[in-house]
Design a protein around this ligand. Structure first.
Ligand code: APR
Length: 250
């Protein structure tokens, strides 16, 4: 049993909610063994995003960028959804309108069983040609170096790099879900990268009840209605256990 205390106000808000959004970042995958970007062991403390996660870096040195993404793919393939991902997926058994809006590219929410997922920053399992935009989602062949499309264009990972636009449909649907949400969970994100982080303020302005789940204070801690400081893999299962006490499977 968890030792997390939930206020009556929080429980009531949760149980009376119809539309729930989980806005997630790298922190929810930390307990699956996937490193986060910022904070004490963050990726960006050791590596430079401008050398790895932007289009010019890819054109300058596609081999190096692919080496980095293949390294991350290996870590992701060896990881599995943790209790936090699974708890979010379980919410769909008790609420009929649950949306996951994730900044993560690791596919773990889908592997955990969540159904409605918007991926703001792409998905490491997908790749496309920079010239003709043909998608290549099967295993790529690196024996001849960086894989090329039939048209001769370089194939890149389908992830959003710094300075690039987010997929318009994913962002639009995420904005709509944030506006409509009764309760908006902000889980495992430093909330410093825009436009994704702007969704927290969109939900706030729309009157959603904001719940933060993080191991430490963030940029949005001052505007949320309640913060649970703890690991997502512990806090989220404790919350769904509370829901189970009061709600039946739908
Ligand atoms: N449980 C909950 N929160 C955690 C945990 C955990 N077990 N471990 C770490 N955190 C929190 C950290 O305190 C931090 O606030 O997760 C957050 C991770 O923040 P970032 O590393 O900045 O990741 P994120 O917010 O997802 O970054 C946004 O930046 O580099 C780009 O495209 C990349 O999608 C990424 C975007």
């Amino acid at each position: 049993m968890s030792n997390i205390e939930f206020s009556k106000e929080f429980i009531n808000k949760l149980l009376e909610s119809k539309r729930i959004v989980f806005f997630t970042g790298a922190g929810i995958s930390a307990e699956s063994g996937i490193p986060t970007f910022r904070g004490k062991d963050g990726i960006w403390n050791k590596l430079k995003p401008e050398e790895l996660a932007n289009f010019n870096a890819f054109l300058r040195n596609p081999q190096m960028v692919w080496e980095w993404y293949n390294h991350r793919k290996k870590i992701i393939h060896e990881s599995k959804p943790n209790a936090g991902h699974l708890a979010i997926a379980e919410f769909e058994k008790y609420f009929d309108d649950v949306t996951v809006v994730t900044q993560n590219i690791d596919n773990l929410h889908r592997r955990a069983g969540s159904e409605r997922i918007y991926e703001l920053h792409g998905n490491i399992e997908r790749n496309y040609c920079i010239k003709c935009h043909t998608y290549y989602n099967e295993e790529l062949d690196f024996t001849e170096g960086v894989p090329k499309c039939k048209c001769g264009g370089l194939i890149r990972p389908d992830v959003v790099w710094f300075g690039e636009f987010l997929p318009a449909d994913q962002l639009e649907e995420s904005e709509k879900a944030s506006i409509r949400s009764d309760i908006f969970f902000v889980v495992g994100t430093s909330a410093v990268v825009y436009p994704a982080a702007g969704l927290v303020y969109t939900a706030k302005r729309s009157g959603s009840y904001l719940v933060e789940v993080n191991i430490e204070e963030t940029e949005v801690s001052s505007i949320v209605d309640i913060s649970f400081f703890g690991e997502a893999g512990k806090v989220l299962p404790a919350i769904i256990e509370e829901v189970k006490k009061f709600k039946r499977n739908i």
